[in-house]
Design a binder for this molecule. Structure first.
Ligand SMILES: [Zn+2]
Length: 150
């Protein structure tokens, strides 16, 4: 794929100028080819619990671990399965974020454990949805006070 991307700009530059407008058939952009090629199901194994999603779903948020090439460090070359030694309960909420664009806070989870999972996956809590943000903020404050008391 990298080699194709490298020659494409030259092919395009060569096409400009001498190909009549109506017949111009530029090579497909690497982006549209990529998205076709990458529209595949990915298997994510979190401490033995398996989740499946589309690659494009993850790439909606390219600044995160799952949305970037970083996830390949966790990918088994043979099985293609991506393995994380992390909390599968909290991971469900991480994955929901990619699917819906909404990050929710599970009330029953310890806020610190939740924060740790978010930071592992490179998601900032700022993106949390309004439905859960107040609850999350309150829990954070309570937790900070509790830690100060100790
Ligand atoms: Zn919510």
């Amino acid at each position: 794929m990298a080699s194709v991307a490298a020659w494409l700009p030259f092919a395009r530059a060569a096409a400009i100028g001498w190909v009549p407008v109506a017949q111009r058939a530029f090579p497909k952009s690497p982006i549209s080819q990529d998205s076709k090629k990458t529209d595949e199901k990915l298997l994510i194994n979190v401490s033995g619990r398996r989740f499946e999603t589309w690659r494009n779903t993850l790439e909606k948020f390219p600044d995160t671990l799952l949305g970037s090439n970083e996830r390949e460090f966790f990918q088994d070359e043979d099985t293609k399965e991506i393995f994380f030694d992390r909390d599968p309960d909290i991971f469900r909420h991480v994955l929901t974020y990619y699917r819906t664009g909404k990050l929710h806070y599970p009330r029953h989870e310890c806020v610190q454990a939740y924060d740790e999972e978010l930071s592992f996956f490179g998601i900032l809590p700022d993106v949390m949805s309004d439905c859960c943000f107040e609850e999350y903020k309150d829990k954070k404050r309570d937790n900070a006070e509790r830690l100060l008391d100790d």
